[in-house]
Design a protein around this ligand. Structure first.
Ligand code: WT7
Length: 633
């Protein structure tokens, strides 16, 4: 049976956007660059030259211990030095590095020189808190300058950060914090969202009761609330007080190319969240190169990626890549439709945003309000648009192309993952585009669609999306769990990286991503683990057992459909539904959007007791159940 989405994805139109800047583009010829990328080591070696190294590397790629690849072997480098310090002695010194804007219309600008001093102060303060090279600092912060400053301060002294998205809540926070063994957590009083202030500190207060390793809680007084911080306890301290009197000079730690840079947790299909570990030099080379090529970044650009820094898109493309390229990055705190659905377009006009990167779910949300809002504003500063997080349906692509790009500007549909660290499959501004296709693997990347046996499928066929060669920004392991790293990503197809996505190659070899092949949900582009939602539900006294699947949603892509077995004496009435939703929200946060909760007598399981969510999905859609031979009964 044909699914609605596959009908929509069968899109044959080709757009040859007239990229006006092709004369100055970093890459003028797509095919030629793809050809160049075939000599992998040479290609990435050249790209490593954009940075200042303390000591050059000896070897581009070490493949002696697959899948534990090493890049830029024995090179010594520091990320913060290259993202900030390096620009101080150039004419970028007084250029704005971070342009912070919020939904209340407030703004704050930090030049590279100001950022340099702030990072140094915070780096020194972290050292004074006892943070040493290799240790982890956790952050639970809204989109505010102190988040970027703290992340860079960690890089500067060789500490890792573990940022937890502020839309996740108590249970998710505890799990991530404890896995990362963080000694310090940096948080804020709250965040601005749709005209309200959302309290974050109370979530941290509740969570740290169950995080025994936390010694210090640093609190940014961000919203100006009269929040209580018990500085007398010695455990809580205001950010401003912490950096008071600190020197604004701090030597950059010489990091080995392969020293850990950060941990970022993401959801898998089973068990606890995965601590995706990225290391230093390869990540720097990968993110800076892809941003430069895919969005054709030049001096004078104003770059805006709307993702939250709490996700990989924010790590790689709100903070690191733009600063490594010495561009100006716009950091926005608030909702896309507040005070009205023209809020984002107002910002584009007001500041003259040139490159704009967002998610399909945001486009679909704004589409609902019609063409009226984008028409109010002058969007002529825009030169390249981008999309990330889930497949973009051709309808949303066309709306974006027409209303925001005025049928002139190319859209970069970038496929990648927390694990890949950088863009992997994406067009370039000079590419021929098809609405809904991420087009081709980027230069230096070899991605393919394979069948069950790992064999490349013919053009026109679908299968599993894999990566065939290592790439510089690839994650190196799962934190404290090498076995899971090997098993989850490198075992299904020996020698290939298994992405967890299904895809199709069309007649021209263009790749069409079709979504996850596992039980991971994609809610508004955010990865949500089924098992995390299930354990939140089972945490409620009324629930014996729970299974969740994704349910199609016109705006969010997917929402949660939960099946629960209730204890004797409980009925699924509206008050229980309310309580269960609240429970999930308390444990996981607003990312876990519940669409539907249904009480059932039984759940389909294998004989070994594993829930077969595949059966639930098929049932829900009224499709054939497929192979049921392993079903319990
Ligand atoms: C999953 C990774 C990578 C940054 C944001 C999400 C889906 C991502 C696309 C795209 C189709 C996409 C995939 C992937 N995805 N970008 N352009 N087209 N699907 O990172 O949370 O690690 O999620 O997002 O399913 O596996 P993430």
């Amino acid at each position: 049976m044909l699914k609605a989405t596959s009908v929509l994805l069968d899109e044959r139109r080709i757009f040859k956007p007239n990229y006006e800047l092709v004369e100055e583009a970093h890459i003028k010829n797509w095919e030629a660059e793809l050809e160049k990328g075939k000599d992998l080591e040479k290609y990435w070696a050249e790209k490593s030259e954009q940075f200042e190294w303390f000591k050059p590397w000896d070897k581009v790629l070490d493949e002696s211990n697959k899948p534990f690849y090493k890049w830029f072997v024995n090179g010594k480098i520091n990320l913060a030095y290259n993202a900030v310090d390096r620009w101080i002695s150039t004419d970028k010194r007084n250029q704005v590095a971070i342009l912070y804007v919020n939904e209340r219309g407030e703004e704050k600008k930090l030049t590279y020189f100001e950022l340099y001093r702030e990072v140094n102060k915070m780096a020194n303060a972290l050292k004074n808190l006892g943070i040493k090279k290799g240790e982890t600092v956790s952050m639970y912060l809204p989109m505010c300058p102190q988040l970027l400053i703290s992340m860079l301060a960690c890089n500067k002294i060789g500490a890792m950060h573990s940022v937890v998205y502020s839309g996740l809540s108590v249970g998710a926070f505890i799990e991530r914090m404890n896995d990362a063994n963080a000694k310090v957590v940096i948080t804020a009083d709250g965040t601005f969202r749709r005209g309200k202030i959302i309290n974050l500190k109370n979530i941290v207060d509740e969570a740290v009761l169950q995080c025994p390793t936390i010694e210090t809680i640093v609190v940014v007084n961000h919203t100006g609330s009269d929040i209580e911080v018990s500085e007398l306890s010695g455990r809580e301290i205001f950010y401003d007080r912490l950096i008071e009197g600190e020197s604004d000079e701090c030597e950059a730690e010489e990091m080995d190319a392969e020293d850990p840079l950060f941990i970022l947790y993401t959801s898998g299909s089973t068990g606890k969240p995965k601590g995706v570990l990225h290391t230093t030099a390869g990540y720097m080379v990968g993110v800076a190169t892809t941003l430069k090529h895919v969005f054709d970044i030049h001096d004078g650009d104003l770059w805006w990626c709307t993702a939250d820094i709490g996700w990989i898109t924010g790590h790689s493309y709100v903070i690191y890549a733009p600063l490594l390229l010495g561009t100006t990055t716009l950091v926005y705190e608030g909702a896309p439709d507040f005070p009205d659905p023209g809020a984002w377009w107002n910002i584009v006009e007001k500041y003259g945003v040139t490159k704009f990167y967002t998610a399909p779910t945001a486009i679909r949300h704004l589409m609902r309000f019609g063409e009226k809002y984008p028409q109010i504003y002058n969007l002529s500063s825009l030169k390249v648009l981008g999309s990330v997080g889930e497949p973009i349906n051709p309808e949303a692509w066309m709306w974006f192309y027409k209303n925001i790009g005025k049928e002139k500007i190319p859209i970069m549909d970038t496929w990648w993952q927390t694990e890949t660290g950088m863009h992997m499959i994406s067009p370039l501004p000079v590419s021929n585009l098809k609405p809904g296709s991420a087009t081709m693997p980027l230069p230096g990347i070899e991605a393919d669609v394979v069948d069950k046996n790992g064999k490349s499928v013919d053009l026109g066929k679908g299968g599993y999306l894999v990566i065939k060669n290592p790439w510089p920004a690839m994650f190196r392991t799962l934190y404290k769990d090498k076995e899971r790293f090997v098993k989850a990503y490198w075992s299904e197809f020996p020698g290939l990286y298994q992405s967890g996505d299904m895809a199709r190659k069309d007649e021209d070899g263009y790749i069409w991503i079709q979504g996850r092949s596992d039980d991971v949900l994609k809610i508004a582009g955010h990865r949500v683990g089924t098992s995390e939602v299930e354990s939140a539900l089972v945490g409620h006294p009324a629930v014996v057992e729970a299974a969740v699947i994704g349910k199609e949603d016109p705006i969010k892509g997917q929402v949660i459909k939960a099946f629960v077995i209730l204890k004797e004496g409980y009925d699924m009435d509206s008050s229980l539904i309310g309580e269960l939703s609240k429970q999930v929200r308390h444990e996981l946060g607003p990312v876990a959007v519940i669409g539907d909760i249904e009480a059932v007598e039984k759940l389909p399981k294998t004989r070994s007791g594993k829930i077969m969510r595949r059966i639930l999905r098929a049932q829900e859609k009224g499709e054939e159940l497929g192979d049921t031979s392993t079903l319990e009964e």
